[in-house]
Design a protein around this ligand. Sequence first.
Ligand SMILES: C[C@@]1(CC(=O)O)C2=NC(=C\c3[nH]c(c(CCC(=O)O)c3CC(=O)O)Cc3[nH]c(c(CC(=O)O)c3CCC(=O)O)/C=C3\N/C(=C\2)[C@@H](CCC(=O)O)[C@]3(C)CC(=O)O)/[C@H]1CCC(=O)O
Ligand SMILES: NC(=O)c1ccc[n+]([C@@H]2O[C@H](COP(=O)([O-])OP(=O)(O)OC[C@H]3O[C@@H](n4cnc5c(N)ncnc54)[C@H](O)[C@@H]3O)[C@@H](O)[C@H]2O)c1
Length: 215
Amino acid sequence: MIPLMHDFEGETVLVVGGGPVGARKARTFATEASVVVLSPEFADRAFADAETVRAAPAPEDAADWVERTDPVLVVVATDDPDLNDAFEAAAADHGALVNRADDHGEQSFGNVVVPATVRDDPVTLAIATGGRAPALSKYLRERFEDEFGTAGLMAELVGDLREDLRDRGVPPAQRRDAVRLVVRSREVWKALDSGRSNGEQVARDVIGELPGDQT
Ligand SMILES: C[C@@]1(CC(=O)O)C2=NC(=C\c3[nH]c(c(CCC(=O)O)c3CC(=O)O)Cc3[nH]c(c(CC(=O)O)c3CCC(=O)O)/C=C3\N/C(=C\2)[C@@H](CCC(=O)O)[C@]3(C)CC(=O)O)/[C@H]1CCC(=O)O
Ligand SMILES: NC(=O)c1ccc[n+]([C@@H]2O[C@H](COP(=O)([O-])OP(=O)(O)OC[C@H]3O[C@@H](n4cnc5c(N)ncnc54)[C@H](O)[C@@H]3O)[C@@H](O)[C@H]2O)c1
């Protein structure tokens, strides 16, 4: 499977099932999308600012609910495989993507998997295990969060640096070398722990040492 990024801003995501898994998926998608969670009961979990709708649809009601809510993605997270099948089919008929929380097998076209995600804007790191070991995805996410807590700051720093070098007419090969030096520099990472301006100062020192003809 090949990861792709999807912009859910302004879109609707329908989550079917209000258990711990439905709640987690609702929190994930509520960072961008309008989320509707459909379930007869809701776990004592945070659902972010999702709209919770108390109902217990039967499989034959799935198409109606999908038409009514008009989602671009349906997350299927109930404990009833027949109902999950029905919502998967309704989502496909509607042209929506579907995420089945109860299926780690081969995914058909339009079925997507939710990876563990490290988010430190503008950096996003997605981790998956081909469905084999989601607990490992979670553990690796935690490790990356600990290890690279300033990745977002580094991305902002490098983004500004690229623009600055471009504005100053530095040729592409030298810009690339400079940027590579900065992102690989332990000193810059360390300096970022005490803030953007420290990182920026150390980055400028690091670039100063760059031989112009390095490839
Ligand atoms: C990453 C994460 C994203 C998220 O969901 O937000 C995610 N699962 C997470 C946690 C987690 N899930 C499970 C456990 C308990 C330990 C265990 O069983 O291993 C834990 C750990 C825990 O809870 O501590 C159980 C589980 N998961 C799936 C099944 C069904 C099956 O395997 O068929 C069952 C068995 C249910 C049962 O036994 O009944 C299926 C899927 N879970 C996926 C994603 C997709 C594959 C991703 C990959 O390739 O790794 C996939 C295929 C579909 C999907 O959901 O998109 C999230 C971590 C978020 C974070 O914290 O960062
Ligand atoms: N993907 C994952 O990470 C992951 C992790 C654990 C479990 N699972 C799978 O996901 C499923 C959900 O996990 P859970 O721990 O939240 O289970 P759960 O049993 O706690 O929650 C199921 C939810 O579905 C709701 N539901 C029941 N009938 C419904 C209906 N007709 N319409 C709408 N909602 C209905 C229930 O009220 C409940 O809120 C499990 O069956 C399991 O197979 C996936």
